[in-house]
Write a protein that binds this ligand. Structure first.
Ligand code: DGY
Length: 318
């Protein structure tokens, strides 16, 4: 049996399956291993099932035992892994696309609604029992019929668009390349990101985290948005320049922000916490039981194809 190191806890359904196929070092206590522990534990293993919380930078990849041939990441994003270094070392890297599309798109909509309808302030007032229904109490912004920009029209972005159509929103998007019209379904493409932002009364960020997308929302680009825009980020924290965003939220240029992801999470820029126009979640994009089981299955499928069936894994990214 091939040997696998699993760096964080898996759900029981996934534990059952992986232990029936591989000789596995599980992490049932969910300890956050440091790099030295990962290197030690991976000795004698053929593959690693890793998570977004397990960083594999170049140095780490170069130090991995020769026996490691695959890192199967339990996430659609793989910014935690230096995939170029892995390729140089001949290590295959895989991710888990498709299975978390719906759950993450739901969270994008929740962020847009939570931010635009002032859910954070509402919750605080309701808890204190210090509010009185009134015609102009906690007035928010309504999504119906508005322009929604989608930054990153991959599977998740398209699933957000599908949900937004139910709000009669006009969909605009930016991607490196324009999609086929069958995938666009009437959404309007903007090659130039400034044009997307100009057309974003609401913006949903659904692009991958990478050097190309880091700080795409910054002091300069925020100025392109219509005044009082609402932004939601369910992708990666690094896409937003936090200082610039905080200033824009203080001035009202940005009416409200919904965040599920953070630069250096779980840390958060403390200035955000002084703002009422912020709706926060702790990286819950894929957090439903069926999605998490499906992610585990997909990560195990990739290990099984590569190590046991001698096939190219379906989700190889390098
Ligand atoms: C992903 O899959 O990249 C998510 O952020 C993990 O929940």
């Amino acid at each position: 049996m091939k040997k696998i190191l699993v760096t964080r806890k898996l759900l029981e359904e996934n534990n059952k399956r992986i232990t029936s196929i591989f000789d596995v070092k599980l992490n049932t206590s969910d300890t956050l291993y440091n790099p030295e522990e990962i290197l030690k534990l991976s000795e004698g293993c053929d593959g690693i099932l890793s998570f977004t919380t397990t960083p594999f930078n170049r140095d780490m990849i170069m130090k991995l035992p020769e026996s490691i041939k695959i890192i199967s990441n339990y996430a659609v994003g793989y910014g935690n892994i230096d995939v170029v270094a892995a390729k140089e070392r001949g290590i295959v890297v895989t991710n888990t696309p498709e299975v978390l599309t719906d759950a993450t798109a739901d969270i994008s909509i929740l962020l847009l609604l939570g931010a635009s309808r002032r859910a954070y302030e509402g919750r605080k007032d309701a808890e204190k029992e210090k509010w009185l229904w009134s015609t102009d109490y906690l007035i928010g912004k309504q999504m119906t019929g508005k322009k929604l920009g989608i930054l990153g029209m991959g599977r998740i972005g398209r699933a957000v668009a599908k949900r937004a159509r139910a709000f009669d929103m006009e969909i605009h998007y930016h991607n490196r390349n324009q999609l086929d019209s069958s995938l666009e379904e009437g959404a309007i493409y903007h090659k130039d990101i400034k044009e997307l932002f100009k057309n974003s009364e609401f913006l949903s960020i659904n692009c991958p985290g990478s050097k190309d997308t880091e700080n795409l929302i910054n002091e300069e680009t925020i100025q392109y948005f219509p005044d009082g825009a609402v932004i939601a980020n369910a992708a990666r924290g690094e896409v937003i320049d936090d200082e610039a965003m905080i200033k824009a939220m203080q001035s009202g240029k940005i009416f409200a922000l919904g965040l599920d992801v953070y630069r250096g999470e779980p840390k958060i820029n403390k200035k955000y916490l002084e703002l009422n126009n912020l709706f926060l979640l702790p990286h819950l994009g894929s957090a439903t039981t069926r999605t998490r089981i499906a992610m585990g299955d997909r990560a195990i499928d990739n290990l099984e194809a590569f190590l046991n069936k001698n096939q190219n894994p379906k989700d190889q990214v390098n």
